[in-house]
Design a protein around this ligand. Structure first.
Ligand code: SF4
Length: 218
């Protein structure tokens, strides 16, 4: 446990990142939150159960913008943002409605996700993101369902059909959101040609990224 102030929002490159929750329906083998003791480049992302309200997130975003503008608002912390779907959508709505000024209403809003939200919420949540989320990066990682389960380590009850659900999420996102990436982390003995082919078949742009042990981007 650290005494360091909790970061609800944090800067990375030219984006403002939002740490909405520490809850996650997967325990990916490449997740660095435990190895890095909930720290990310000097930010303490351990919310210790105190998940922020949208009003708190927006107030912090305004202050950050006043200190220095950012080019992107990104839902990505040590947890799956869509576990707080309504809070996430509320933050985006407040921005789009001009209630986060001086943050521009048309700022690029990105979601980094494991793609299980439709399974978690039991409905098509992608259509609810239309007009709010500009870019979604879905952690698909492989074209093989058995390998997906081994890499993502989904919790019950999302293990059985998780891979198919994630594929469906990507298809839906590619159909109704401006930009959809399917991502894969290097170093998992994945057939990247098959991964790229599946991503393209689903309508997404494939993106292979390095493991974060090297301190690379997210
Ligand atoms: S989805 Fe993200 S937070 Fe959840 S286990 Fe995987 S890397 Fe970690």
């Amino acid at each position: 446990m650290t005494d360091k102030k909790i970061s609800v929002v944090y800067r990375y490159k030219d984006g403002l990142y939002v740490n909405l929750t520490n809850r996650c329906p997967t325990a990916c083998v490449f997740c660095i939150k435990n190895a890095w003791a909930m720290d990310y480049h000097g930010n303490n992302l351990n919310l210790a159960g105190a998940e922020p309200a949208p009003s708190e997130v927006i107030s912090l975003a305004k202050a950050e913008w006043a200190a220095a503008p950012f080019s992107e608002f990104v839902f990505c912390g040590y947890g799956e943002p869509t576990m707080r779907l309504e809070a996430m959508l509320s933050c985006a709505r407040l921005i789009r409605n001009g209630r986060a000024e001086p943050v521009p209403a048309n700022i690029r809003i990105r979601l980094n996700t494991n793609g299980l939200a439709c399974a978690v919420w039991g409905r098509d949540v992608v259509s609810e993101m239309k007009g709010l989320i500009d870019s979604v990066h879905v952690s698909l990682n492989t074209a093989d369902p058995v390998q997906w389960a081994a890499i993502m380590r989904p919790m019950e009850p999302w293990a059985a059909n998780g891979f198919e659900t994630v594929k469906d999420f990507i298809r839906r996102a590619a159909n109704c959101l401006p930009e959809t990436f399917a991502t894969a982390v290097e170093g998992n003995e994945v057939d990247m040609d098959k991964f790229r082919a599946l991503a393209a078949e689903l309508g997404a742009t494939p993106r292979v990224r390095p493991r974060l042990e090297a301190g690379e981007e997210r």
